[in-house]
Design a protein. Sequence first.
Length: 422
Amino acid sequence: MKRTWREMRGFPLAIRLLLVNQLGVNTGFYLLIPYLAVHLGEDLGLSAAVVGIVLGVRNLSQQGLFLIGGSAADRLGARGVIIAGCALRTVGFALFALGDGLAVLLAASVLSGLAGALFNPAVRAYLAQEAGDRKAEAFALFNVFATTGALVGPLLGSALLLVDFRASALTAAAIFAVLTAAQAAVLPARTAVPTKNSVLGDWREVVGNRVFLAFSLAMVGMFTMENQLYLLLPDGARRATGWDGAAGIVFLVGTVANLTLQLRVTRALKDRGSRSRWITAGLGLMGLAFVPPMAVAGLTGPPGSLGTAALRALPVLAGALLLYLGVMIAQPFVMELIPDFGRAELTGTYFGLFYVVSGIAAAVGNTVVGWAMDAGGQAGAGWLPWACCLAFGLVSAAGVGWLHRLRALPERTPAGPVAVAA
């Protein structure tokens, strides 16, 4: 923990604010969103179809508009786009608290989704530009604060739900309101460098970067596997132990590991091989993380004793720890690599397209894993979803490894800048 704070103080004020911002963003997001479906269905009495529409509109508004958010950051300046995104999410989350009509709920979904589409690529573009040759360390810290927020948010949300959902939603809106004010007051403005092309011209340039598209597709497995921290692993922990609270231990193990190891891992690896090598290794480890839980995937029914429950939980927790470690290895180098695929003026656009691809990947991957969970349960093959995730990891690792062997990916030069393959 001391190392984290010491490293954080070594960065400019803008980066320190963005790190705290990400802690707040994830806290506010996970304080509300995991409980939204229950509120819509049980509190408001909406049908499953309508609940699906509201949640789908939010996802589509975010995932489908990342490219617009990235372009806006490039052309208007990342600072203004970050502030606008947080302000929109304040309004969107407040609407969830104050409205119960379908039109209001849809408006809240659109605004909260659009907010994410604006500030997600903008924050990463700003961080990449401000960090200079310390991008890997900056994104490692970013991962630490994001993971911590993803743990704090659900814990705070479950406590506020003891009051009611509106208390949770208003608290989330208040967090984003404070973040908006802090960014407006403290975040330094940076002049956007003209791209000399139209927006469509910029998009054509980025989409036409075949190496970048190949890399983005190869990273499909990373986002699918990361999402299992909120789907498959908590479900596996609950099934293995017969205790609903076991899911919380998965998040706690990951957060503690992230706080204590992330910076050590990134610093140890940064100067010991290429980025693509460590991304490949991290993806492979993420895939292998799903092997230990297979050992208890077929267990059903209560464990019988606390000791048996603990033994059953160990393989799942070991898998969670390995998955977090794989993310720690790969993710900072992935974020560091993305701006190096093209011109600095298009950093936001590159992040935007990357997150469009990752959003589609996560949706498709979660559908596959969900199907495997259902099919495996019906056929008595509890190992099936874990095997699917193992395959996702190995295929993604092979894809990045293949691009590395082709020398297609940007790599650092001794002087600090990067060489980009044609």
